[in-house]
Design a protein around this ligand. Structure first.
Ligand SMILES: Nc1ncnc2c1ncn2[C@@H]1O[C@H](COP(=O)(O)OP(=O)(O)O)[C@@H](O)[C@H]1O
Ligand SMILES: [Mg+2]
Length: 422
């Protein structure tokens, strides 16, 4: 089988890496890919959806997998499906679950899925009125896609009013913020749960925990994610059962009944409050860096999972996971997340340690291949060191052993990934 992967990050690298080991898969293409994906397949310099579909047609691509939310919200799946090409991901309509927080919150309310109390509005007056009924902290969210920066946790009513004003006037997030959601603050612990869906049926992957803040102990500014691990022991069967019954099933049934069956990755951002899973948000693709830990935990064929999900055939899938843990540590560039840094050559020590070679690997993200053939750190999040082990502690140790073998000027990483589970 030939596979085309859309995207350029560590997430797409990790999907490609898993597929490269899958006996069902012959050729892998990335559009655009990054400086390291060319070791797993071929990079393509195509971004136009129709041209991507042309490529898929002309090169007998059996399945296209979409990594990031941007092309999903912009309708790449619709373009491929109109031309009868198989693609894994939701249509533009279904991708509104991520593309519009207002759509998502109203959908949750319509289908009685537990979520924080909220209003959605484009009126500053309504915003003020609702804010005055809440106790701080108060959460203010821009409606549209903001690259993970559109949420303000205000520590006072005044701050919440100010954030609302700035969003509604368009000064903080442009068009993405001219409608907003204001909601109550939920105090609990956060989980990332991923359901692979085929429109009707679904399979749930081991729950993961992400580390959004730049610095140890969850301090410093928010980032795209500095590390993650899975499965997390913070989830028990009771919580999984509640997620099935109160969240995933009503969501899939609701999407179907509203004429937009959901196919793809339903990424459920959960806050667990007093053992109750409350939904913070949906995303419609894998989390990055969670994907980098989940891919190596899959024992059954990764291709089969995506293929059956794309052909409405998940009911015939037997999914198996390794009875292991994965910990991923992001290595970022010097000035991440504030500004971009100068390119820096990546040097990796020869690894003679057999155990490390077998149980740890790199998922490359913000890297560029130089004319000299060398690999350079060029993005904010440069790569992810993934360790696998029989316990979280062993997986963590291996991830950090690998971190120790990798060098580039200005590298930074957290040293406490998975601490909540240890
Ligand atoms: N109601 C809430 N209560 C507490 N924390 C929240 C709430 N909503 C969001 N957050 C925090 O803000 C982060 C970002 O919010 P989220 O809704 O996931 O938006 P996005 O990922 O699009 O920025 C969450 O991961 C969570 O840590
Ligand atoms: Mg989020």
């Amino acid at each position: 089988m030939n596979v085309l992967i859309l995207g350029a990050g560590g997430r797409e690298y990790s999907i490609g890496l898993a597929l490269s080991k899958d006996k069902n898969v012959e050729n892998i293409y990335f559009a655009p890919g990054n400086g390291a994906t060319d070791e797993l397949g071929k990079n393509l310099d195509i971004s136009d959806f129709s041209q991507l579909a042309d490529f898929a047609e002309e090169n007998s691509i059996d399945l296209t997998i979409v990594g990031p939310e941007g092309p999903l919200v912009e309708g790449v799946v619709d373009v491929f499906e109109l031309r009868g090409l198989l693609i894994f991901g939701p249509t533009a309509k279904a991708a509104q679950l991520e593309g519009s927080k207002i759509f998502m919150k109203n959908f949750l309310a319509r289908h009685n899925v537990p979520t924080a109390n909220y209003i959605e509005t484009n009126s500053l007056q309504d915003a003020y009125r609702f804010i005055e009924t809440l106790e701080a902290p108060i959460v203010v969210k821009a409606d549209g896609l903001c690259g993970g920066k559109g949420v303000i946790i205000a520590t006072s009513q005044e701050e919440a009013k100010k954030a609302s004003g700035e969003m509604l006037s368009g000064s903080s997030f442009g068009q993405s913020g001219t409608s907003i959601v204001i909601e109550e603050f939920l105090d609990g612990y956060e989980l990332s749960v991923f359901a692979i869906c085929d429109g009707e049926d679904y399979v749930v992957l081991p729950a993961a925990q992400d580390h959004k803040r730049l610095l140890n102990n969850d301090e410093g500014p928010n980032t795209g994610g500095m590390g993650a691990y899975a499965p997390t022991p913070l989830v028990n069967d009771k919580i999984y059962k509640k997620l099935d019954e109160r969240v995933i099933i009503p969501t899939l049934e609701g999407m179907k009944s509203e004429g937009m069956p959901f196919k793809g990755v339903l990424f459920i951002g959960v806050m667990v409050v007093d053992d109750e899973p409350i939904i913070l948000e949906y995303n419609v693709r894998f989390g990055d860096p969670e994907c980098e830990e989940l891919m190596p935990l899959l024992k059954s064929s990764v291709f089969d999972l995506f293929y059956k999900a794309s052909t409405n055939d998940l009911k015939n899938l037997k999914i198996e996971f390794h009875d292991k843990y994965a910990v991923g540590v992001v290595m970022a560039s010097k000035d991440y997340p504030y500004k971009s840094s100068a390119m820096a050559e990546i040097l990796i020590d020869d690894i003679y340690h057999e155990e490390l070679n077998e149980n740890a690997h790199i998922s490359y993200a913000g890297v560029t291949r130089g004319e000299d053939g060398k690999l350079y750190a060029s993005g904010g999040r440069v790569l992810v060191c993934v360790g696998i082990g029989e316990s979280i502690a062993i997986a963590q140790e291996r991830a950090y052993m690998l971190v120790g073998q990798i060098h580039f000027a200005g590298k930074q990483c957290r040293t406490d990934i998975a601490y909540q589970a240890l």
